[in-house]
Write a protein of this length. Structure first.
Length: 540
């Protein structure tokens, strides 16, 4: 075989291998069915079935009594479905609706801010709040240290003053004052040793009580000294206990000195053997009482100052913790659970808006269908009772639909909602429009299940419709315009959460989302987690 043929065979083999490799790369490349996140209107609908019923005259009422401020029709007028016929005063509710809508906007702004993250200015403010809270805490601690030291000093000083009052001023009037049986009894002898006079309590029983108290005070002073000596290493709670004990001791000594003073002051100094000694006793007791009274006031003031300082420290610590927590929240990245809380706030605010709108609707009479006004009762300015029909309407064409709505769905149905009507006899391609005009308050039992009969009027008459025809209807309970939507087939649920897969670099990446409305065409509203234009995976 020639060299040229061998070279040709090798070239063919190489080319074949390259082609096979490329084919293998293409065949093994993963393929996905994808969709693009886009904005669209989405409608939540409730399906129900029923029948066409014969015509009847409609009596239209206000739900609540009030002044009639607008009457837009007269007898004989032809009206369209949804046309306003009469109104009560809604000025206050209109203002409330404006405020409630502002609440929705504010809640939405907070969600947007959360998803965008905190601004540098917000972080700086939070950091400043932490620094200010720390400064306030440092100041409060410094004040408490002063109050603590003041309380220590007042306890020590009160003990010294009490000890001085008893041992240096009161004991001169006792026999064996520090013994086991002190006796309140002092003898005054004149300078020449001739005259003698005894100072004591004249009531024997009270005299014994005073002696007993003097013995108790000696024990109290010994225990008090131990308490004072041990205060250096004790904490704030122990100091508060020492303050309470000191106040109790001072009050006991105060009562004791009051009894001594009453006994001493009961004597007439002119009759005493030596008035100078007697006056010295009186002055000593007065000094003792003054020292004890002053100490008691100082300890009570110190106790109050310490309590106030402790309260200020606790408040400052709480403010510091709150500021630190707020800073942590500000600088923390947005979490899905946080977003869910804001979304809940938006939903609550929106519910308030819808409630007020419903109240406004309750003060407005709309034409439930096209027809002719048969009667008008009342004049502008009159107070209208909710039990009196304001308008009597003969529906155009007269036919109406009675739908059976299940108990699970009736909570979302309201008077005035649009209805997509499909009558079997007209064929699947024929869709008519109607509006919910009434909902029966009492249930209807069908085959053991609970339903609520809902009346629907046609927006336009149709000569093909006959009573008794079977109807399938979709009641549009909610419509959201210009919102993000994706196919339901892209969504999977796991552990109570919902996810989609975003296609990035030809790889599916799991992304948590929060959903809203879901329509009957397999589309789902996305409240958070996705942005317009993203590519998501439907199936592999």
């Amino acid at each position: 075989m020639s060299q040229k043929k061998v070279f040709g065979i090798i070239s063919v083999v190489i080319i074949t291998l390259v082609v096979l490799f490329c084919f293998w790369k293409i065949s093994t490349k993963p393929k996905f069915t994808t969709a693009v996140v886009q904005k669209a209107a989405i409608t939540q609908e409730i399906s129900a079935s029923g029948k066409v019923c014969p015509p009847q005259t409609l009596n239209l009422y206000f739900k609540t009594g009030g002044k009639l401020v607008e009457l837009k029709v007269k007898t004989g007028d032809n009206v369209d479905a949804g046309q306003i016929l009469a109104k009560q005063d809604t000025a206050k509710l209109e203002k409330q609706l404006e405020q409630a809508q502002a609440g929705v906007d504010a809640a939405q702004a907070k969600l947007n801010q959360l998803l965008a993250g905190a601004s540098p200015e917000t972080v700086a403010l939070a950091q400043t709040a932490v620094a200010n809270a720390q400064t306030a805490l440092d100041n409060a601690l410094a004040v408490r240290n002063v109050a603590y030291q003041g309380a220590l000093n007042s306890i020590r000083d009160s003990y010294v003053k009490a000890d001085d009052a008893i041992h240096n001023y009161t004991d001169r009037l006792f026999t064996d004052p520090r013994g086991s049986n002190p006796l309140f009894e002092a003898t005054i002898t004149s300078a020449n040793g001739v005259g003698k006079y005894q100072i004591t309590e004249r009531d024997p029983e009270k005299k014994l009580i005073i002696g007993s108290r003097r013995r108790d005070i000696e024990i109290m002073l010994n225990e008090w000294k131990k308490l004072v000596d041990g205060l250096f290493l004790q904490n704030s709670n122990d100091l508060e206990s020492a303050l309470v004990k000191s106040i109790s001791n001072l009050q006991f000594i105060q009562e004791f000195l009051n009894d001594i003073a009453a006994a001493v002051n009961s004597y007439n100094s002119k009759n005493l053997a030596d008035d100078t000694i007697y006056q010295n006793y009186r002055a000593g007791i007065l000094t003792a009482r003054t020292e004890v009274d002053g100490s008691l006031s100082a300890v009570i003031a110190a106790q109050s100052a310490l309590k106030s300082a402790d309260a200020s420290v606790a408040a400052a610590q709480g403010a510091q913790k709150s500021a630190q927590d707020q800073l942590a929240v500000v600088i923390a990245p947005a979490r899905q659970t946080d977003a869910a809380a804001y979304i809940s706030a938006i939903n609550q605010a929106q519910a308030a808006v819808e409630q007020i709108r419903q109240q406004i609707n309750d003060l407005t009479i709309y034409a439930p269908s096209a027809g002719t006004i048969a009667a008008v009762n009342g004049n502008v300015g009159e107070i209208i009772s909710p039990s009196s029909p304001v308008i009597v309407l003969i529906p155009l064409g007269g036919l109406q639909i009675k739908l059976n709505v299940s108990e699970d769905n009736i909570v979302n149905v309201q008077v005035g909602q649009p209805v997509d009507i499909m009558i079997n006899a007209l064929g699947s391609g024929n869709h008519l429009e109607g509006v919910v005009s009434a909902i029966d308050p009492a249930e209807t039992i069908i085959s053991g299940a609970v339903y609520y009969q809902t009346t629907v009027y046609f927006n336009q008459p149709d000569s093909r419709i006959r009573p008794g025809m079977t109807v399938n209807a979709l009641i549009k309970t909610a419509i959201h315009e210009n919102t993000l939507v994706v196919p339901a087939s892209a969504i999977e649920a796991q552990n109570g959460k919902k996810f989609v897969k975003i296609l990035q670099n030809n790889k599916p990446i799991k992304q948590e989302i929060i959903t809203g409305l879901e329509d009957n065409n397999g589309m789902v509203e996305i409240i958070s987690g996705l942005t317009e234009g993203q590519t998501i995976v439907l199936e592999k």
